[in-house]
Design a binder for this molecule. Structure first.
Ligand SMILES: Nc1nc2c(c(=O)[nH]1)N[C@H]1C(S)=C(S)[C@@H](COP(=O)(O)OP(=O)(O)OC[C@H]3O[C@@H](n4cnc5c(=O)[nH]c(N)nc54)[C@H](O)[C@@H]3O)O[C@H]1N2
Ligand SMILES: Nc1nc2c(c(=O)[nH]1)N[C@H]1C(S)=C(S)[C@@H](COP(=O)(O)OP(=O)(O)OC[C@H]3O[C@@H](n4cnc5c(=O)[nH]c(N)nc54)[C@H](O)[C@@H]3O)O[C@H]1N2
Ligand code: SF4
Ligand SMILES: [Mo]
Length: 755
């Protein structure tokens, strides 16, 4: 043992802000985690979750070896035993029932791991199943569908140029708690303050006066699920008042007249009651957007997880285009990623665009979007009898029993599977159903490069971090497990030489992508393997790359690695990219995609839609991360966070009191929740966070189980979806609430008071 302290620079893998960390290590133990001041992108900013990476690494509940379920109990086994068991049990299911009998679902952490993100498609291809699902359909797929239709690729996402904007309209997002999403923007608060300091304005539209709303210049409540109406009426106002001005992209937009006609009926007066916003306020917002030279609209999960998620996401960018703010400095711009971006490859300015509905789900008939079916369909695909039923499931870094509507039905369905494999680092609410669990390394034992987020970053950058700590001798790298599973599915045997298979697959891919130059590419990347080799190729062939020697000043992996201690490579502020970034068939911004225009009448017909007395929405807290970080002591301490926020007027009419327990019920189920009075709620709306409910038997989460909270998703209906994108409805669902009689305290209430 030595007392030498080493300093490491590591990008935080926990959320989309991608902050650079400085981690000090002594004797293989983390002694401190702070922000990396020199980081070219995040400049030292971090949130409390980064510090919990130490807890995560040291968590005794984190799995260090594979588990096999024997007689209902999970027991530790060797890696070879685990893969042999998978081969023994998976292949007969495929042989007897076909490839679609195996489902594959991936979750949020995969988006942060190059090993999982770039090897998941290999596993999906090898399985050859149409039953692919991901957390995208409880999240952002509406935004991706709308952007794909307008701009031509699934990740051509226009983000606010916050460094230069003077008006930022934030709808259904709370970046002060979430640190941003579909927009990589560490220290949103600091950037918003700078915006205000230069005279700019931040406006928030949200059914709760959130942490972000609290620092804003203005905040408006909106009835949950009504964003499509507000946005359509703002677009209507632009046309009605002659405020449309396309600015620099005017020669690159089609469909303006179709949009004008499509929103004709959405007058501010017509939508006001549905939105619970004055017609005058709606008009004023549209005028302010049109009259501010540098302005942008940004909307996120609150606008996606509703029945009109795709329409709302689309109308956000319609506003950006019609007010001349798309692709303009200070407006909504496109990042230019150094790697892996579909809008930097192939011919510039035109492409195939995107397609959906190439397949349909067996039970619901839901169309495939981004190669996936809605994650809400997993349970019914398992528990609905008939030809093509799903009998086996592979889960990859996801906890759908807590994170997907109607978790209880899903849990039951998982129990009825013939076989289930989970690639996961915890024995939790979902993986307890698995027959085999394969843990990945701790994040600190893994290298890091963000594949997706530089495509949505507030500034262009390229950063790479090597592993901070060594892996245990037998722990595979994160990408090896999906690849070995792929090999099993292809009949290559559980004992396959993963490294040789990776080499062979790389050679095939090089042949496909580089043709006559494939041998040169293979030679140039000699000595690399796994995702690092793919990264070097992506960098060198990418828009800033060295072109394998053609552009010696350009980027490659060696240069990227060398930049790690000094905080990575800054690639400059956002630049106008239209028409070059477009990949639509017309080579234009397609403002009026027929799929979306045809969906507007559905919204119009719902203008007088039902207005339940009380609806529930979610919320995020800076110390939690979806369903899986409640086991880390640093984050779990402090006040109980799984409370139901209730406005005092609602509490008075329903007989609820602060701190007391209440029933929350609808046709889906009933929960017992702790009430917290909050004048920040819109009356008629209550807020309960998701990702809780850690009291299910068979999980191994000793800290989280002490204060389990309740599962909001037990009250949500898995059949409620945005029909275009398949995205789940997570917001604005009707509930009833009434006080729990004090003399008949339930076990969960008693448990809470113990903590
Ligand atoms: N009601 C409601 N429900 C929601 C939401 C909401 O706002 N309201 N939000 C939705 C959103 S946006 C999302 S993204 C989903 C998230 O839902 P999921 O994708 O299911 O993600 P998590 O709940 O974060 O669970 C992550 C899983 O990955 C495992 N894991 C963590 N790190 C690693 C790793 O390094 N390797 C491996 N192999 N496994 C790892 C964890 O143990 C856990 O099982 O939840 C959705 N559910
Ligand atoms: N601390 C923390 N950070 C996270 C996560 C986490 O769990 N914890 N999860 C990560 C993930 S996976 C994601 S996808 C992102 C999400 O990032 P954000 O989109 O910023 O997510 P939220 O903080 O849930 O903010 C959504 C807001 O929408 C509001 N809302 C609800 N319904 C409606 C509606 O109908 N209309 C409007 N206008 N607003 C509505 C809610 O009140 C809430 O304030 O956060 C990421 N970051
Ligand atoms: S905001 Fe927090 S969790 Fe997100 S990347 Fe930064 S430090 Fe990590
Ligand atoms: Mo998410």
């Amino acid at each position: 043992m030595s007392n030498t302290t080493t300093t490491h620079h590591r990008i935080c893998p926990l959320c989309e802000a991608c902050c650079g960390l400085e981690i000090k290590v002594q004797d293989h133990k983390v002694i401190s985690i702070r922000g990396h001041e020199a980081d070219v992108f995040s400049a030292g900013y971090i949130c409390p979750k980064a510090v919990a990476l130490k807890d995560l690494h040291e968590d005794p509940d984190r799995l260090r070896s594979p588990l096999i379920k024997r007689n209902g109990v999970h027991v530790a086994v060797t890696w070879d035993e685990a893969f042999a068991e998978i081969e023994r049990r998976l292949l007969p299911i495929v042989a007897a029932h076909g490839r679609d009998a195996v489902g594959l679902v991936t979750g949020n952490p995969s988006a942060h791991k190059i090993g999982l993100l770039t090897y998941f498609p290999k596993l999906a291809r090898a399985l050859g199943t149409k039953n692919i699902f991901s957390a995208s359909s409880v999240d952002q797929v509406p935004k991706q569908l709308a952007s794909g239709l307008m701009f031509g690729t699934w990740l051509s996402i226009a983000i606010p140029d916050i460094a230069r904007t003077d008006l930022l309209l934030v709808i259904g997002a709370n970046p002060l708690a979430s640190n941003g999403s579909m927009w990589t923007v560490p220290d949103f608060k600091g950037k918003a303050k700078a915006l205000q300091a230069r005279g700019g304005k931040l406006i928030v539209i949200d059914p709760r006066r959130t942490e972000t709303a609290a620092v804003a210049d203005a905040h408006h409540f909106i009835r949950p699920g009504a964003d499509v109406f507000l946005l359509a009426a703002m677009v209507h106002t632009l046309f009605a008042e002659n405020l449309v001005s396309l600015g620099a992209v005017k020669d690159w937009v089609t469909g303006v007249d179709e949009v004008r006609a499509a929103v004709a009926a959405f007058t501010p007066e017509a939508v006001a009651a549905r939105c619970a916003l004055d017609a005058d306020t709606i008009r004023a917002l549209a005028r302010q957007l049109a009259s501010t030279p540098r302005a942008a609209v940004y909307a996120r999960i609150g606008t996606c997880t509703q029945e009109y998620g795709t329409l709302a996401s689309w109308l956000v960018d319609v506003l950006n285009v019609l007010t001349g703010h798309l692709d303009a400095p200070g407006g909504a711009m496109f990042a230019k990623s150094a790697t892996f971006a579909a809008n930097t490859v192939g011919a510039s300015g035109r492409g195939k665009g995107i397609a959906t509905g190439r397949r349909h789900a067996r039970v619901s008939g839901a169309p495939e979007v981004m190669g996936e079916f809605p994650i809400n369909c997993i349970a019914e695909e398992i528990d609905t009898p008939g030809e093509g039923r799903m009998r086996a499931l592979i889960t990859l870094a996801t906890n759908p029993v807590l994170s997907v509507p109607n978790g209880p039905r899903l849990a039951k369905a998982l129990d009825s599977l013939d076989f289930m494999v989970s690639l996961d680092i915890y024995l939790n609410e979902t993986t307890r159903h698995a027959d085999v669990i394969l843990p990945g390394p701790s994040p600190l034992e893994d290298l890091h490069f963000d594949v997706a987020f530089p495509q949505m970053s507030w500034r262009n950058h390229a950063r790479y971090s090597p592993p901070v700590l060594p892996r245990a001798a037998d722990q595979p790298e994160e990408w090896e497990n999906p690849l070995r599973l792929a090999a099993i599915a292809q009949g290559r045997g559980a004992g396959v030489d993963v490294s040789a298979l990776d080499d062979a697959q790389f050679a095939e891919e090089a042949q496909r992508s580089f043709g006559a130059h494939a041998d040169a590419v293979i030679a140039a990347t000699q000595g690399l393997h796994g995702p690092l080799r793919g990264l070097d190729v992506a960098l060198r062939a990418g828009p800033y790359g060295d072109g394998f020697g053609q552009n010696p000043e350009g980027l490659n992996l060696v240069k990227l690695m060398a930049a790690n201690p000094s905080g990575g490579i800054d690639l400059g502020e956002l630049q106008p990219r239209i028409p070059e970034s477009l990949r639509t068939p017309s080579g234009k911004v397609e403002l009026a995609p027929p799929l979306l225009i045809a969906d507007l009448p559905r919204a119009l017909a719902d203008l007088q839609g039902p207005a339940p007395d009380l609806v529930v929405i979610g919320r995020r807290d800076v110390r939690t991360n979806n369903s899986w970080m409640h086991n880390l002591p640093t984050l779990a301490k402090g006040p109980f966070r799984c409370t139901a926020l209730v406005h005092p007027t609602d509490a008075a009419r329903l007989g609820l009191t602060d701190g007391a327990m209440a029933h929350m019920e609808n046709a889906q189920g009933r929960l017992e929740v702790q009430v917290q009075l909050s004048a920040d709620m819109m009356p008629g709306v209550v807020s309960l966070p998701h990702g809780w409910g850690h009291d299910l038997p068979g999980a191994q989460l000793s800290v989280a189980a002490q204060r389990p909270g309740v599962n909001l998703n037990a009250l949500l209906d898995e059949k409620l979806r945005d029909p275009l994108s398949g995205n789940a409805v997570l917001s604005g669902v009707g509930v009833r609430m009434w006080a729990v009689e004090v003399h008949a305290r339930s076990p969960s209430a008693a448990q809470l008071s113990n903590c």
